[in-house]
Design a protein around this ligand. Structure first.
Ligand code: HEM
Length: 369
């Protein structure tokens, strides 16, 4: 049995509502969580490699230190998240209270760690959603009183790694100073992972507002005996019609967002997919297919017209920290990838805030710039 580590013990303590369902290892075996071999040690290695990457990527002239991945934001906008007025009973948990409404911040990004990479090149795109004003104790002990709930999504339905041993090898080799080692780093992902990574990062998009995003990895929905495993997706309310310009500038996705929000509001449907029998919470590389496990709309995200490019709003957004563990127990992240992320996101966020001399704080939702 996996020893009870400090983060796991903390999870048990803070997750009182469902503690009876989680075994002493901190894993929810009923929902299918299984520890990977050497998970804690590998997680520490991934966190250290990621933290070092933040430092190494900082300019010799000094700050800003940026995220080691998803370093380039196209923009970060305020939005509202309105839960449907009626929901199936099985989905009415946590913040999915029919008719409720939350203010949100949403950061749209490229996946690359290179903030100068041209938008027209293929990449995975991120949509990191932070709801504010969400009542209830949160999972992370240091941020129990925070009123935020994060949903972090990318532009592909599967994630290229689930085994932390492969991920550790990949990230350590990717940040090697030896160009040959760096070049062969993706091979650490194995054939299946490599194939997903290739498909994920080869996508080119015309607009972050006309792209669909997925959580790729699961979360719990509800607590106690009725809890289930779900995934999330955000889909543009109307199909996009934009095309990539013939001669796109390096930051054309930002320009597209500016023009769209000068012209009117933008919206996404926020969807929940309930796991069907046989689907795994540990295997992030196999899609939960929609024919077997359909997505159901639970909320509408509306991004009102706005100017998001002011220096104050940009600085505020770069200082935000997203993690799937900014969460109510009713939406607790599940699976090995999420357990790794619990430690790594904290470590990278702490490193960049320290280097930038900025305090880490969750927003209240009333901030406007
Ligand atoms: C073990 C797997 C993973 C590791 C180690 C990892 C690591 C990280 C780190 C260190 C950050 C920057 C955090 C910060 O500085 O605040 C980040 C950001 C991000 N990650 Fe992951 N990640 C993993 C899996 C995933 C998955 C499965 C998704 C799928 C949704 C994802 C989507 C994102 C996005 C969209 C961001 C940008 C968030 C923002 O805008 O601030 N990551 N990731």
């Amino acid at each position: 049995m996996t020893p009870l580590t400090a983060p796991m013990a903390a999870l048990l303590l803070t997750n009182g509502a469902c503690a009876q369902a989680i075994d002493p290892s901190g894993l929810d075996a009923t929902l299918g969580e299984v520890a990977w071999p050497d998970e804690d040690a590998l997680t520490a290695r991934i966190a250290e490699a990621s933290r070092q990457e933040v430092i190494d990527r900082m300019s010799p002239e000094g700050p800003p230190a940026r995220r080691d991945v998803h370093s380039k934001a196209h923009g970060c906008v305020y939005a509202t998240f309105r839960v449907e007025s009626e929901l199936p009973a099985g989905l009415t948990h946590g913040l999915f209270v029919p008719g409720s409404r939350y203010n949100a911040w949403i950061r749209f990004s490229n996946g690359s760690g290179d903030p100068t990479r041209a938008d027209a090149r293929g990449d995975v795109r991120g949509m990191a959603i932070k709801l504010t004003g969400v009542p209830g104790d949160k999972i992370l002990p240091a941020e129990r009183q925070a009123t935020t709930q994060d949903f972090i999504l990318i532009s592909h339905p599967t994630f290229f790694a689930d085994d932390p041993a492969r991920y550790a090898k990949f990230i350590e080799r990717s940040s090697s100073k030896n160009p040959l080692v760096k070049w062969v780093a993706p091979l650490a992902l194995g054939w299946k992972g490599l194939n997903i990574a290739r498909r994920t990062v080869s996508k080119r998009i015309a607009s972050p507002f006309e792209t669909r995003y997925w959580s790729t990895v699961p979360s719990q929905l509800g607590v106690g005996a009725g809890r289930q495993a779900v995934k999330y997706s955000a889909r543009p309310c109307v199909p996009g019609t934009s095309t990539i310009p013939a001669d796109p500038g390096p930051n054309f996705l930002r320009e597209v967002m500016v023009s769209a929000l000068a012209a009117g509001e933008v919206c996404f449907d926020f969807l929940v997919q309930t796991r069907a029998p046989g689907m795994s919470v540990e295997d992030s590389r196999t899609e939960w297919t929609e024919d077997q496990a359909p997505f159901v709309k639970v909320a509408t995200i509306t991004i009102p017209p706005q100017v998001f490019t002011t220096p104050a709003q940009e600085a505020f957004c770069e200082a935000l920290s997203f993690t799937p563990w900014h969460s109510l127990p009713e939406h607790r992240p599940l699976g090995g990838v999420n357990r790794v992320r619990r430690v790594v996101y904290e470590s990278v966020s702490a490193a960049r805030h320290e280097l930038n001399g900025v305090a880490r704080a969750e927003p209240s939702g009333v901030e406007r710039f």
